[in-house]
Structure formats: structure tokens, C-alpha cells
Write a protein that binds this ligand. Structure first.
Ligand code: IMP
Ligand code: MG
Length: 167
């Protein structure tokens, strides 16, 4: 396991993201994508609070049944309450192929969200199969598998305070 971002580097990045979000809105509705994004989200809302942003949130859980060769079909494991007319900010851990967020954005717009923006801590652009616009992005990372800070490998390593790559 090799450290990619330390606790301090992550903290600084979360503060920067909170500033960008706060500059755009003082009242937001977040949709947190389980499970990977919860550690990021819990740090992010406390930074937002320091900047006088009021936050409401709901949670959603997706599962992707990747068939042979990535035809990435995404399903909802835990659904959300009514989001009609809300300006939604999706909070995600990683944008990888882009299938999950493309699906989720369409899903929310179909449910009549007023607008949908995306905040993701990490992005692996080399892996992208579906283009998705990330409004608030933390770090661009290479095509490596990462764990820690909520992100898992087979449900392990979520508790690490830093982000590391594993082979
Ligand atoms: P996408 O639909 O391929 O963009 O999948 C995104 C999801 O895959 C992320 O939200 C993560 O849950 C998971 N994922 C992608 N890359 C990694 C990784 O390096 N470590 C752990 N989970 C990952
Ligand atoms: Mg995720």
C-alpha cells in the first residue's frame, strides 16, 4: 500500500472544495452516494458550516452489475425521498468509468430535480467511458485502485485517514 494523499492534503482539498461550493450557494441539498463518499461528506459539511452554508442531505446507494467488458449497468440499492424541484449536489468519492454518475444524473432529472451538480473527491479520467461534467473536483488520479478515507477494496480499508493505492 502506498500513500497517494495524506490526511493533511485531503483536509486542504476539502477546505478548497467547500470554498468553491460556498461561493456558489449558501443553501444546498446534497445527495451522498453510499458508501464510499460518507467520510468525505462528513468532513465537507463541517467545512461548509464554517462558511455559513446550510446543508440538507439524503443518501442513495447504487450497485453496478458490470457485465463482460464494461457495459456498466447501474441499479439502485437504496432509493431517495422526493427531490422534485430541488437543486441537488451529488457528493461522490470517485468518478471512474462515469457510468454511475451518468445514470444518477439522468435518474434525478427524470425525478424532476431542478438542477443537478456533481462534487467528487477523485477522478480517473483515463478510465472514462461516459463523459460526465464534474462541477467540483478534488484530485485527478492515475488509473490505479485506491482505498482509504471511506473508499474500500472488498469492504476493507475504509477507516484509513489517508488515501493509498494498492496493487
Ligand atoms: P464508475 O461508474 O465506473 O464511475 O464507478 C464509480 C464507482 O466505482 C465509485 O463511486 C467507487 O465506488 C468505485 N470505484 C472506482 N474506482 C475505485 C477505486 O480505485 N477504489 C475503490 N472504489 C472504486
Ligand atoms: Mg462510489
Amino acid at each position: 500500500m502506498q500513500t497517494l494523499f495524506t490526511q493533511e492534503q485531503i483536509q486542504i482539498k476539502v477546505q478548497e472544495l467547500a470554498k468553491q461550493i460556498a461561493a456558489d450557494s449558501k443553501n444546498i441539498f446534497c445527495l451522498v452516494v453510499l458508501k464510499g463518499a460518507i467520510v468525505f461528506f462528513s468532513d465537507l459539511i463541517r467545512e461548509l458550516s464554517k462558511l455559513d452554508v446550510q446543508v440538507e442531505f439524503d443518501i442513495i446507494q447504487l450497485s453496478s452489475y458490470i457485465k463482460k467488458e464494461f457495459s456498466g449497468e447501474v441499479k439502485i440499492k437504496k432509493d431517495i425521498e422526493n427531490i422534485e424541484n430541488k437543486d441537488v449536489l451529488i457528493v461522490e468519492d470517485i468518478v471512474d468509468t462515469g457510468h454511475s454518475l451518468t445514470f444518477l444524473k439522468d435518474y434525478l432529472l427524470n425525478k424532476k430535480a431542478k438542477s443537478v451538480r456533481i462534487c467528487s473527491l477523485l477522478s480517473k479520467p483515463d478510465r472514462r467511458e461516459k463523459q460526465v461534467e464534474v462541477d467540483y473536483l478534488g484530485f485527478i488520479i492515475p488509473n490505479k485502485f485506491v482505498v482509504g478515507y471511506g473508499i474500500d477494496y472488498q469492504e476493507k480499508h475504509r477507516e484509513l485517514p489517508f488515501i493509498a493505492t494498492i496493487d
